[in-house]
Design a protein around this ligand. Sequence first.
Ligand SMILES: [Zn+2]
Length: 252
Amino acid sequence: MNPLKDIFRLIFPSQCAICRTPLGHGITDICLTCRLDLPLTYFWKKADNPVSLKFWGHIPIETGSAYFYYMASGRWRSIIHNFKYRKGWRYAQMLGEWYGAELRDSGNYSDIDVIIPIPLHPIKRIKRGYNQSDWIAKGIAKELGVEVDYNSVTRKTNNTSQTKLSYTERWVNVDDIFTVRNPSRLMGKHILLIDDVLTTGATIISCGESISKQVKGCKFSVAVLGIAGDYHALPPKDSEHTKEDSGVVNRV
Ligand SMILES: [Zn+2]
């Protein structure tokens, strides 16, 4: 107990970062009403779900999930937007922790060896000051008790933003933009790839393909915070990795 701190709080109560309601004692950042308003997907409870499906046929995928539906409107949109543009790393980590607790309790993420956030190009990272996916990964890692590897995979091309590109342009824009620095470090590992919002999945697939090309025997799971409401399932580019050999069908 710190009486001075309590008096300060009484005069200047902390506010919910979303709705600006004064927060009660012991509650930080987000009020309970806003937290309950987060439109959760519950995909992590079932390995066979729309996010997992998106990666079948592209990379050797075990399971995938999104924490919540990223809506065009709604109170949570501004927080996610702020991840990139207003130094919102703190909320990225907070949501990562909430999500990580769900992933841990589901039992579907118990054999992850290493967590890799989808890297930004170094120039973009310097401009922004941080990679929001690093902070999401940090929050998830805390709950799963798994190491985050920030260095083994790098983005070698500073591609343009995917947001205003067409479906086909998104694929071309991210083709062969990642490389692995130290392939032996990841050999045979089950890698959990982390990103903020999933749309076509092209960037994550490109990253997974680059790792698969350079690292023997690795497999992937994917955890994104938000899944965009307007996403489309991509047709498989090849038949190398099928639904049957992904292992997903055999899991709960
Ligand atoms: Zn609130």
